[in-house]
Design a binder for this molecule. Structure first.
Ligand code: ADE
Length: 235
């Protein structure tokens, strides 16, 4: 998989993309991640990338030319399965979207700034608009890091124990069961007996019950989607 990120602030990606699983996946050749400075594509003599809004209104708008030229430059070299714009008015990212993006060949992620980008870029180039939640960030960079992290860890080979991505919270629509490690008792706080029993089937059953119960109490919205009839009975 190859990910090209278009941004006004390439340095914002240096830390997040050079640690942990994302670093390992790049070193192993599982994923290639390239950042491109949109400003470098500006044909304006002062390298301007933004302009005033037609019709008036507060805030600058990222202009078409530098973004269009950056996208065309990339598209001339290879096919892209997704050209994503990260924006608070996009579809909210969830595990299914991350799963589906992890099956892509090449993707572009465009980060906006200021008030946003000229609508014509969205109309003519963008295939997916993704938000990471109902709040506004200074720009799309942190949201792009979140998407890259959620997607790259799912690419086969990125996580050494592939099992562990499959048992993540949300992979079956449920929150994960609580987990423990040694010591079996700390400060008088004991690990549930069942986990020390060695009885695999009972442990599996306990984990499933815990996952369902945690989802019911902590995320009633998810629970209602998974068990619509039970949810009505309880109300
Ligand atoms: N840009 C600014 N805020 C954002 C958000 N919540 N999600 C994605 N991109 C953004």
């Amino acid at each position: 998989m190859r990910i090209d990120i278009l941004t006004l602030f390439p340095a914002m990606f240096e830390g997040p993309l050079s640690e942990s699983i994302i670093k390992r996946a790049q070193n192993a050749g599982t994923v290639e991640i390239h950042t491109h400075d949109i400003r470098a594509f500006s044909t304006d003599k002062h390298h301007r990338v933004d302009d005033y809004q037609f019709g008036g209104g507060a805030g600058m708008v990222m202009a078409i030319q530098p973004i269009a030229d950056a996208i065309e430059h990339l598209k001339a070299q290879r096919h892209y399965d997704h050209i994503i714009y990260v924006t608070p008015d996009g579809q909210t990212l969830n595990q299914q979207m991350a799963n589906s993006l992890s099956l892509s060949g090449n993707i572009i992620i465009l980060c906006g700034h200021y008030k946003g980008i000229d609508q014509r870029i969205r109309d003519h180039y963008i295939t997916d608009e993704i938000s990471i939640g109902d709040y506004v960030l200074t720009g799309g960079e942190l949201a792009a890091c979140v998407i890259v992290d959620a997607v790259v860890r799912l690419i086969p080979g990125a996580i050494s124990d592939e099992e562990s991505a499959l048992t993540d919270t949300f992979q079956d629509g449920l929150l994960a069961a609580p987990i423990y490690t040694r010591p079996a008792e700390y400060n008088g706080w004991a690990v549930p007996d069942i986990l020390l029993s060695g009885h695999e089937a009972n442990i599996e059953k306990w984990r499933e019950e815990q996952a369902i119960e945690r989802t019911r109490t902590l995320r009633p919205d998810l629970y209602a989607k998974l068990f619509p009839s039970k949810d009505k009975q309880e109300k």
